[in-house]
Design a protein around this ligand. Structure first.
Ligand SMILES: Cc1cc2nc3c(=O)[nH]c(=O)nc-3n(C[C@H](O)[C@H](O)[C@H](O)COP(=O)(O)OP(=O)(O)OC[C@H]3O[C@@H](n4cnc5c(N)ncnc54)[C@H](O)[C@@H]3O)c2cc1C
Length: 446
């Protein structure tokens, strides 16, 4: 006889309290499943990087929200925390002594500035890719048909050889450093669409940060904080639960779940699935991650003006210095990423020295005023951004096939559709839809 338990009788877990997991858990909760979110840290948010600077809450991680971030915007709207303010994509760089500004609100000026950056062959190649992205939204994310073709044809060599030197240095490098924390010789052409899509969007920020959404989420969906998932409980080829360890060195317990979404970075997911599926763990461990350090400094007066709100730099460890918000131009966010920006010395003396060096550049190139520092906050991630793998579509197919062997398991995260907040939210939403389809399939009563 067929019997299908109601959704409320099914207990599901989502592992990871970043945007991938938050989206997956909210969807499953909305579909009526008895959902629990399990997070190793003591707070939700993951790489939104919620922290405190001089008594005010700030975000040290992802905070720019594209107008095309439809899945993420639906998530914040459903939680009643969708008060956005415009930020724009505004990045300037210095080329031959001139400040060139790329600003999504000023398309004509931006196109003129991009034209100064490379050969006509390269610009035609870039324009063709941009046209594909504009025509078809799926090209904004990893795994699209068009970029799978690019991957097949070009992923034998890294992105550094795809465009000429001039365009690579002046435009491509700042883009991949910003989005992947990687150098052009560390990523591949097949994943470049995700970078270009970021350049083609307009950006807003949440006026009150992500915390109101996190609070509204925790008021609806049960959350288990400070709990690390160490493995899967597998019986008869299906996931029956999770092994959980509470706090540092806490004792392990096995908790029963009918379905699980692992919404963790690839290396963490590899650790969780290793004993059940060693080959899947090895493949996931191939995904590269790159570090980043973000230093937030509050000054006694605005440092940027309204026209130039960020300066990308390629001659030193700091890759980008930008104002925290359109109005909060007295708070500067210094990002250290890329090969030279992989900081190992995070001592206050060293951070102080590095900050002083960039402050001089802002004065020299932008005529910024000499402002006094009031508060400083340093946040370092060993694995800030995914740089993916070459031949990403084959990687995805292999991962999907191996995950399919474990009924009741789904994966989400930054390595599946891309690192952007939107790509992560889409991966979470898609994982929830697949788990729902699996759990609602009628079963035979034994
Ligand atoms: C400095 C910085 C700036 C960025 N800026 C932007 C931006 O402006 N716009 C944009 O679109 N994107 C931006 N990004 C990218 C984007 O923020 C991230 O890719 C995205 O937030 C990742 O979300 P996630 O849920 O996949 O992973 P995470 O946020 O890392 O969440 C994973 C969670 O899983 C938990 N976890 C891991 N292992 C376990 C375990 N074994 N058991 C239990 N829990 C576990 C972790 O503690 C973590 O909370 C930025 C990223 C960084 C680092």
């Amino acid at each position: 006889m067929d019997f299908t338990p109601t959704a409320a009788q099914r207990r599901v877990a989502v592992v990871g309290g970043g945007i991938s997991g938050l989206t997956a858990a909210l969807r499953l909760h909305q579909r009526g499943y008895d959902t629990e979110l399990v997070e190793a840290a003591d707070t939700l948010g993951g790489r939104f990087g919620v922290a405190v600077l001089g008594g005010r809450q700030v975000m040290t991680g992802g905070k720019n929200i594209g107008r095309r971030y439809t899945t993420f915007r639906r998530f914040t709207a459903e939680l009643g925390a969708d008060d956005y303010e415009s930020f724009g994509y505004n990045a300037s760089r210095v080329k031959d002594g001139r400040v060139l500004t790329l600003d999504s609100e000023k398309r004509g000026q931006t196109l003129r500035n991009i034209r100064r950056m490379g050969s006509s062959r390269d610009l035609a190649r870039l324009a063709a890719m941009a046209a594909r992205i504009r025509l078809d939204d799926s090209n904004r994310f990893l795994g699209s048909r068009y970029f799978s073709g690019v991957s097949r044809r070009h992923d034998r060599a890294p992105l550094s050889t795809f465009f000429g030197r001039e365009l690579t240095d002046s435009l491509i490098r700042p883009m991949v450093i910003r989005n992947n924390g990687a150098e052009p010789d560390e990523v591949y052409p097949g994943t470049f669409g995700t970078n270009l899509a970021m350049l083609l969007d307009h950006y807003d920020q949440l006026a009150h940060g992500i915390q109101p959404a996190l609070d509204a989420f925790a008021a609806r969906v049960p959350v288990r904080l400070g709990t690390r998932v160490t493995g899967l409980d597998i019986r008869d080829g299906a996931v029956r639960g999770l092994r959980l360890a509470e706090g540092d060195g806490g004792t392990e317990e096995t908790v029963a779940y009918d379905g699980v979404v692992l919404a963790t970075p690839a290396y963490a997911t590899a650790g969780i699935v290793r004993s059940a599926q060693p080959a899947l763990a090895r493949r996931l461990a191939d995904v590269r991650y790159f570090p980043s350090t973000v230093v937030l400094v509050e000054y006694d007066r605005p440092v940027f003006d309204e026209n130039v709100r960020a300066l990308a730099m390629d001659d030193g460890p700091c890759s980008n210095a930008g104002s925290y918000g359109m109005q909060e131009r007295h708070i500067v966010r210094y990002t250290y990423s890329g090969r030279e920006g992989r900081l190992t010395d995070l001592s206050p003396e060293h951070i102080d020295k590095l900050t002083g060096e960039v402050e001089e550049k802002l004065v020299e190139h932008l005529g910024a005023p000499r402002a006094e520092r009031v508060h400083t906050l340093v946040k370092h991630w060993d694995a800030a951004y995914s740089g993916y793998v070459p031949h990403h579509p084959s990687f995805l197919a292999e991962v999907r096939e191996r995950v399919g062997r474990l009924a009741g398991l789904e994966l989400a995260g930054d390595y599946i559709q891309g690192v952007s907040i939107e790509a992560c939210a889409r991966s979470g939403s898609a994982a929830a839809a697949r788990l729902t389809a699996h759990l609602s399939t009628p079963r035979e009563r034994a």
